[in-house]
Design a protein around this ligand. Structure first.
Ligand code: ADP
Ligand code: MG
Length: 286
């Protein structure tokens, strides 16, 4: 099972939102990582056929998805970045409605909805109105909607946006759970959302892939470029001016500043560190 994106370009007038994007997706979780405006939603909207590309092609097992029509839509579950929900709908009604749009029969939908409500831990809320849901409950309802009909390809556009850390973890674990034998693509600008669950990470910057692969392999790009400086308070602004700064921590005596730098910060008391995905993100995007 392969979803192939070939030479995909999207222009809005003279502005290029996606520039000659190429990738093969096979079963597993893919993290599409990049800052706001990188082109993540543009890519997802094109893959899901909600937006027309300027040029290029998306194929599933060799067949152009545009020609597959309903056949492709049945394979696909999508959680868009902005999704209007009907505040007066109960969760169950919303899911039945979305199932109907996917062409599922009522009986089939019923079974599936019960299964999904359990999976997203909302079994007790099926008869509650969406208008009264917390942010985390809404996001989980939208993830459930994307999984109706057990699609082989699941595309989630910033499913953790606006969630607190506990809710983020819940969504992350959910994604990891459902990923078996599926192609799951998840867009985020938060490294920790995908750091440990992604088979591969795609770094997207201004519409182009600037790096991709297994997270630890990607991090090899900045081997010897991550350091921890032991500093005192009055060195802090100077250090921030010279380097890309990651975590800052402190104890009673010192401040420890994680920096990403092409050369060792020899003017300071430093030690090398093992690079992590967050360092890579800062290296490319800060
Ligand atoms: P991301 O999801 O990574 O934040 P988007 O794909 O939403 O990025 O947007 C990529 C770029 O394309 C942004 O600079 C955005 O302003 C621009 N863009 C998106 N949609 C439109 C549109 N309909 N018209 C013009 N520019 C757009
Ligand atoms: Mg987006």
């Amino acid at each position: 099972m392969t979803l192939t994106v070939t030479n995909l370009t999207k222009q809005y007038g003279n502005f290029t939102a996606l520039n000659n994007f190429n990738y093969d997706f096979t079963p597993g979780v893919y993290g599409l990582l990049g800052p706001n405006g990188a082109g993540k939603s543009t890519l997802m909207n094109i893959i899901t056929d909600n937006l027309k590309a300027t040029s290029g092609e998306v194929t599933f097992d060799g067949k152009p998805t545009g020609e597959m029509g309903a056949e492709f839509r049945r394979l696909l579950g999508f959680m868009p970045q902005q999704q209007g929900i009907y505040p007066n709908f109960t969760l169950e009604r919303f899911l039945y409605y979305m199932a109907a749009l996917k062409g599922m029969k009522k009986e089939e939908a019923k079974e599936d909805i019960n299964r999904l409500l359990k999976l997203v831990n909302l079994s007790d809320s099926g008869s509650k109105r969406l208008g009264g849901f917390s942010g985390g409950m809404k996001q989980r309802a939208l993830v459930a909607q994307a999984m109706l009909g057990n699609p082989k390809i699941i595309i989630l556009d910033e499913p953790t946006a606006g969630l607190d850390p506990k809710e983020r973890i819940r969504i992350r674990n959910l994604v990891a759970e459902i990923a078996f034998e599926k192609i799951v693509i998840i867009a985020t600008h938060v490294v920790s959302d995908i750091e440990f669950i992604a088979k591969e990470v795609l770094l997207l910057k201004q519409g182009e892939i600037i790096g991709s692969g297994q997270p630890h392999r990607l991090c090899e790009k900045i081997t010897d470029k991550v350091f921890e400086i032991t500093a005192d308070e009055n060195q802090l602004s100077e250090i921030s001016g010279k380097f890309k700064v990651g975590n800052i921590s402190r104890d009673e005596k010192n401040i420890y500043v994680r920096v990403i730098s092409d050369n060792p910060p020899t003017d300071y008391d430093y030690k090398p560190c093992k690079p992590e995905l967050e360092d890579l993100y800062l290296y490319y995007f800060d």
